[in-house]
Design a binder for this molecule. Sequence first.
Ligand code: PLP
Length: 598
Amino acid sequence: MVTPVHIRPKDDEIYLDCNATTPVLPQISRAVSHTMEQVFGNPSSSHITGLQARYILDNARRLGCEVIGAERGQLVFTSGATEGIQTAVLSALTAVRKQGQVTAGKYLLYGATEHKAVPQALAHWNELLGTKAELKAIPVDRNGLLDLDFIAQHLPHALMISTMAVNNETGVRQDLATLEKVIRQHAPGVPWMVDCVQMLGKGQLQLAQTSIDYAPFSGHKLYGPKGIGFLYVREHAAFTPLIIGGGQEQGFRSGTENLPGIAAMHTLFELLLDREQQVFKPVATLGAYREQLLAALRTAFPTLELNHAFEYSVPTTLNFSVRGVPSRDIMDVFDAANIRVSSGSACSSKVTRSYVLDAMGLDDWRSQSAIRLSFGPATEQATVDAACARIEEAAQALRHSCLLLSDTNEDFDSELDGVVQLRFDAQCCYLVIDRSAREMAVIDPIPQLADRIEKLVACQHYRVKAVVTTEPQGDDSTAAMLAQLLCASGCDAERDNVGWPLAAQADCSTPVDCDVPTDGCLLVGNRRLYRVGSRQPVYLLSSPIEPTAGARVDFAFVGEQAAPQVLESVLGEHTLVCRKWDDDFAIASQLRELKGEG
Ligand code: PLP
């Protein structure tokens, strides 16, 4: 069996997913091991071993209060932010019930872009406590900022309001001072929780100078281990412990303290308070990292669009989309480059989307193709340089791979050569281009991309040999319409219902290297396009033809209904399957092949 110590990061891995979790800094990890091995006492014991442990606990709390500006109020160590969120919600709802307030039909307000732990905790405790309040998401604008008018309107009927300081997907930072003015003007006493998880280490907090009642934090988002976090509770704010028992944490959270985790927080707080700031970089440096990464990304994905305005977000997050390219395919490119990033959304099913970008009112395609790069305040310049070099390398591989990602601009169009994939949502269309011969074929055109294809043909003066489909089409289909339009540039006039030119056979002299009969072939420059089957045809594209040898099949274009037996017999070892629907199209494997990784 593989034990944990045998599991290691891949060599040369570059980790840019710090909003998900961070590596543990060596000095923090040393504090954890030291505490586990040497300061193993129970902080509740009255002997010296226990007192040593208590010293770490008390100091960590004192330093933590200094970091978040909690000279008054309570800092309670928890297992992480999710626990802090539960505690805050439980405390607020229990208090309104104890006060005998009417709760049914009142609102539990939360930001629409909040981490899922928040609305789920609200729903859970609302049900368990029988509060019968209505959960209401506060809308955000296109910049991800909360709608203050909505808050003002609904607050007088709210039992609680939950907002976040910094969003985990976009890095968008709420203006807490303005928010506080609105909240307190309309509901002076409403319990207010601010999820501060992504804020720690990225901006100043003076919590005791605000009327924020609860603020959960998490250790593993800032170079600490998993399983430790803390909750700030304002002085006099209502409190109900989530965990009851031995009375630890002054009764706020029972259970023997996670002292190694708390020692990690101790070291983290020391680093954050260090006036010399040897470890954490200034905001200007982090901003420069992000600009540098963005410039490298633009070389790989020239049409990328940012999903958040930098002026409203912390400098450690970069969230972007590339039109027509689902996040999973972009993730494949990063995986091939050994860079860890995350899709902007939690990918669960075939269609992935981001509820955060949806809430911001961004187009569907942005939500489906979102990618998040996030680094931390301790990220080194060398890591950013290496990441940029790899991204630029990946860009080159993409260009040389004839698998150029979709929707490029006109300058780029003149460079297109080989097989080009264009996408719209989950559907793919392919162009087979021979740039030097100025010939091309279109496979499975998509209505939304028809203009783009037409423009490409017109501007680049391509002779279109065929516009074919993997399923029969009517006369009014996009394929038929395009064939009509593009015929002037060279399609054969007579075609069957998949657009295959009736004169195709005439073009063909070299047999394809596979076991199935083909129905003629078309020359596109020095490659040949073969058709296999008539009702649900598969198209095979050969490698550039050697005059004497049989043609090797490089690409197979496959529709939804293609028979598995046909596929089995036509697919060679080197054949890349290009599907009409976004399934297994493997840019990454192509890249790996190009890099000789097999
Ligand atoms: N809130 C935000 C904004 C987060 O990013 C996360 C972590 O993903 C959480 C809450 C939950 O934190 P934890 O993993 O410590 O429970």
